[in-house]
Design a binder for this molecule. Structure first.
Ligand code: SF4
Length: 111
């Protein structure tokens, strides 16, 4: 579903049917330590770009909303984890690199 800022995001949900006015982020909803989500944080959120660049089935994302400097504004903080490599992924758009390494080894044996 498209966020109010036009990016396709697998976690954004909106329902305006029959008088409803519901918007939510399913990713932030799963993070109890988050400040309340507001649609404004979608504007600079990296998750839509991560989802476009990396569809690795082993990588999971966590996101939480944090207050900005001196409590003004809010922004989203995203962390990625690879269940296969069992480590945090510092560049989620690229991935942890383990699967790419596995694919290269498999290619060597298939040649
Ligand atoms: S905050 Fe990020 S992950 Fe959540 S709905 Fe908006 S763009 Fe998607």
């Amino acid at each position: 579903m498209r966020t109010p800022y036009g990016q396709e995001c697998p976690y954004y949900y909106a329902d305006y049917h029959r008088g409803r006015n519901e918007e939510l982020c399913r990713l932030v909803e799963a993070s109890p330590a988050s400040e309340p989500w507001i649609p404004d944080v979608c504007k600079d959120c990296p998750v839509p770009a991560i989802a476009r660049a990396n569809a690795c089935e082993h990588m999971t994302l966590q996101a939480r909303v944090v207050k900005g400097f001196l409590g003004f504004g809010r922004k989203i903080v995203v962390e990625a984890y690879c269940a296969k490599a069992q480590r945090n992924v510092s560049e989620p758009q690229i991935g942890c690199g383990q699967c790419h390494g596995d694919a290269k080894i498999a290619d060597l044996f298939n040649e």
